[in-house]
Write a protein that binds this ligand. Structure first.
Ligand SMILES: [Zn+2]
Length: 222
């Protein structure tokens, strides 16, 4: 067994021998260079600078959020507010706020990714000023809190599950409104449960969101 110091020397000898063989074979240029290159990391020459210490791996963080609201009674006059948009003519969602399940799920996912609690712990009874706030306002504030904690937002993906309203005609508009509130890309999609369960009976709406954030300023974290 050679000492660690012996290994680079052995590498040089291999290189010299390879050069001699290359010369005798009439090889030159790139072919020689290939023979003299270290065959593996243990062949590094003694003059090579020490490898810099590996920087700590900074991983992004994912978060998940869900929200459910029941539809208000038909005829109650409750307006529908969904994905930061108004939906005239549609029955709204019940709740203490505007019931924007899409915006609320996005908030929940952002807080989850940044380990800042959830929607309730941020905008619940401890902070009554947010009661009744629009989903867009909550989403913008959630994004602000995540950034204040030393993160940047990579993206959010959010999916609504339910029978109505028809999302497709306003998908691009909703995506733009959500992305504007977060100041980061939000991908919005919609699906149904094939008429199964409370969502299939159009008793309410569910939204599920994932968020990806990455640390940019560890010193900013509380
Ligand atoms: Zn909600």
């Amino acid at each position: 067994m050679g000492t660690p110091e012996d290994i680079p020397a052995a590498g040089i000898e291999v290189g010299i021998e390879a050069d001699a063989r290359a010369d005798s074979a009439g090889l030159a240029g790139p072919a020689r260079a290939r023979h003299t290159a270290p065959m593996n990391p243990s062949d590094a020459t003694p003059s090579a600078p020490p490898a810099p210490a590996a920087a700590p791996l900074v991983l992004p963080r994912t978060g998940i959020g869900t929200d459910v609201h029941a539809f208000a009674a038909p005829g109650s006059g409750t307006p529908l507010r969904l994905a930061c948009l108004d939906w005239p003519g549609e029955v709204g969602l019940a709740g203490h706020s505007d019931g924007d399940v899409v915006a609320h799920a996005c908030c929940d996912a952002l807080f989850s990714a940044a380990a800042l609690g959830d929607l309730g712990s941020n905008f619940g009874t401890a902070e009554p000023q947010w009661k009744g706030a629009a989903g867009s306002a909550l989403l913008a504030e959630a994004a602000r809190r995540v950034r204040a904690a030393g993160f940047e937002i990579g993206n959010i993906a959010v999916q609504i599950v339910g029978e109505r309203p028809r999302i497709a005609p306003r998908m691009a508009e909703a995506t733009a409104a959500l992305s504007r509130a977060v100041a980061a890309p939000v991908h919005f999609s919609a699906t149904t449960t094939d008429h199964l369960g409370f969502l299939g009976r159009a008793e309410g709406l569910l939204a599920i969101a994932t968020a990806l954030v990455y640390p940019v300023d560890p010193s900013a974290r509380p």
